[in-house]
Design a protein around this ligand. Structure first.
Ligand SMILES: [Zn+2]
Length: 357
């Protein structure tokens, strides 16, 4: 086996829904890409769609980070296979018992969107391996700077923030002409809009060996709710480490996110001893308009929307490891994803995590 091409990611996704009709449903995204490709996601969960607490796992925003799609497909296949067989899952030194797998598949729903940017992956796999963005012919966009969360970085951030975002179409971090200017990022937003059951969003990238929670644009603080990304009084001050501006997070939300990345870390390390760093995504470099911050920002910008915790994975130590190493990384990260789902259900508590009769 080797890395999947774009058609193989699509056919593997469709094939899982066909092979596991009782626990897996195909979700077809509404918007075609610039090159006319249709995207697919999966809903893993026994029976019909309902209000069970749900997780969204996203891969393949960045074209050259090939293995994210394989992680999505691999973890989904493992969950479905183990549930059908009534067994647990073993990843190296980390095991999950059959009851844990059953609880995830029957008491939760896991939405898996393995390939947000098929045009970019195709270009990376056939023309230019280090391609990152989508293939908008009017100016290719870094999809993971195109979300509506401090998208207008020139207004929001301090000019010296050094944030990894650009308004130059030639840049690898070009944020587009407007928030959600791109069909690919609108497809991800559609998932969040269409499935308000989603309480957690995990965005998979490479590389660095990192497991991060919010925020990406400044350091976190839990004491001053009024100091936040919605207040234009703080425009031009965000994005610097060590200064007065820090972004507010509800303390109980920060605690939950820290527990989640903690169990992900432990379950990943137990596989074969690889240890990923944990923290907030600002520790990588300042960013805006990302899928690691946008889901959590939604309920703050619009209190009618559900609270969605955002998690960022940066797997591995290079974009396209040799396939034999990528297979090991798939197991590492799959272990962290199953542990995440298990812990997420514990965070909800037994009362509302119970599957409907
Ligand atoms: Zn990435």
């Amino acid at each position: 086996m080797a890395y999947l091409n774009v058609d193989e990611v699509s056919s593997a996704t469709v094939a899982l829904s066909a092979a596991f009709p009782e626990t897996c449903e195909l979700v077809t995204l509404p918007e075609a890409t610039h090159e006319g490709r249709t995207c697919h996601a999966l809903r893993i969960g026994s029976g019909p769609l309902d209000d069970r607490p749900s997780i969204l796992i996203v891969g393949g925003q960045h074209a050259r980070e090939w293995g994210s799609c394989e992680i999505c497909i691999g973890a989904a296949t493992d969950l479905l296979d183990a549930h059908r067989a009534g067994t647990g899952l073993v990843y190296g030194g980390q095991g999950f018992d059959a009851a844990t797998i059953r609880r995830i598949v029957e008491s939760a729903q896991v939405f898996v969107f393995p390939l947000v940017n098929p045009d970019g992956r195709h270009h990376s796999q056939t023309e230019f391996a280090m391609w990152r963005k989508n293939r908008n012919p009017a100016g290719a966009v870094d999809l993971n700077r195109n979300y509506d969360m401090l998208w207008d970085f020139r207004t929001a951030l301090h000019p010296a923030s050094g944030a990894a975002v650009s308004d130059n179409p030639a840049s690898d971090t070009y944020h587009g002409t407007a928030p959600f200017s791109e069909p690919e990022s609108r497809n991800v937003r559609w998932m969040l809009d269409t499935f308000p059951q989603i309480r957690w969003c995990i965005d998979i990238h490479s590389f660095g060996g990192l497991l991060y929670h919010v925020w990406g644009h400044d350091e976190n603080q839990t004491s001053t709710p009024a100091m936040n990304f919605l207040d234009p009084a703080f425009d031009g001050r965000r994005g610097l480490a060590g200064d007065a501006y820090r972004e507010y997070v509800r303390p109980e939300d920060l605690d939950e996110q820290a527990r989640l990345v903690g169990v992900m870390h432990d379950a990943l390390r137990a596989v074969r001893g690889v240890s990923y760093a944990t923290g907030q995504s600002f520790e990588l470099y300042p960013t805006t308009g990302t899928l690691s911050d946008y889901p959590y920002s939604r309920h703050l910008a619009d209190p009618s929307l559900p609270r969605v915790h955002g998690i960022l994975i940066e797997w591995g130590t290079e974009f396209q490891p040799p396939w034999a190493e990528m297979e090991r990384i798939v197991l590492d990260v799959s272990s962290s994803l199953v542990a995440f789902a298990d812990q997420a259900l514990r965070e909800v508590g037994p009362a509302d995590a119970t599957a409907p009769a």
